[in-house]
Design a binder for this molecule. Sequence first.
Ligand code: GTP
Ligand code: MG
Length: 335
Amino acid sequence: MAVNQSPMYQKAEERYRSAASPAEKVAALEEMLRLVPKHKASEKLQAALKQKLKTAREEMQKGHAKHAGGGHHDPLQVPRQGAGQVVLLGEPNTGKSSILAALTSAKVEVADFPYSTHAAIPGMAHHEDVPIQLVDMPPLMVGHAQPGMIAPIRAADVILHVIDLSAIELIDQYERPLAWLREHNVKPVSRATLEFDEDESAALPKRLLVAANKLDTPSAADNLAGLQELCGTELRIVPISAKTGQGLPEMMAALFELLNVIRVYAKKPGKPVDRDAPFILPAEATVHDMAHLVHRELAEKLKSARIWGGTVHDGQQVHATHVLTDKNVVELHFP
Ligand SMILES: Nc1nc2c(ncn2[C@@H]2O[C@H](COP(=O)(O)OP(=O)(O)OP(=O)(O)O)[C@@H](O)[C@H]2O)c(=O)[nH]1
Ligand SMILES: [Mg+2]
């Protein structure tokens, strides 16, 4: 059990466990090796990581040989962008595409007949100034899916499980996708921090939020209460209406919370704060982690930093090991 690893390491491990391809495994393992503390106590872990890296590189080589020449494109896989990737999962007609249409500028097809979406369609939504990627997906049909659905679900940072509060089959619509996930060795949890089993064949813990959609329809509130009574509070449910917009800001805030990241702003010495594009880091990342994100080569030479906001005095000088909090402004001093 990897105890007390840094938040950056945990994030890399999460990417490794969720990897959809050997190339992603290689990238995550290289990052884990970079981040693992280099001392006696971690020698076993370092050796194990090197062995896994070797295997993943071999897998990657074989893959390249197989796909050589032919362009390989999977219509269900979307490269991750923004602070995290949220993949929508649900039965037909629950309103997945409507959620994308309400929150992003993606061109999705909304239809009053089921099975209207056939490929993964990404769009960028926001919680305040934090961009969060939403990915619309084809529906799950009564407990089974079109081939290739599980890989993008495993690779996602969060699953948004969309149900329709006006549906007669509400309880089944809630339970069937959860059963499908468990059948595919994915264990849904509504928690920001994940714990991985040492045994890599154990179920993959995956963050999941339930979006109970169509709150604007008659008796939706009663149906929601009934669902909560039957299903308990183990998984977090956010009531929304893609039609009226009710609950959507709360849903985005809940997704941000589940992603377990912070945003920090960079400031150059003598210059105003750059508020346009916050840097996104895992929760509890340090000044050094941020320096690495800003400038890979210079990070090790970081001299000092000043911080505004949060628990420090404005402009206080801090060490590279200082733990950042959401909305900190950071001025990095390189030689
Ligand atoms: N009243 C109401 N209708 C909604 C809401 N959200 C979606 N709808 C309607 O529900 C129907 C299905 O919406 P879609 O967004 O296409 O559903 P989907 O889950 O993407 O459907 P598939 O792609 O077939 O799986 C459409 O007629 C929408 O207008 C809502 O919040 N309230
Ligand atoms: Mg759709």
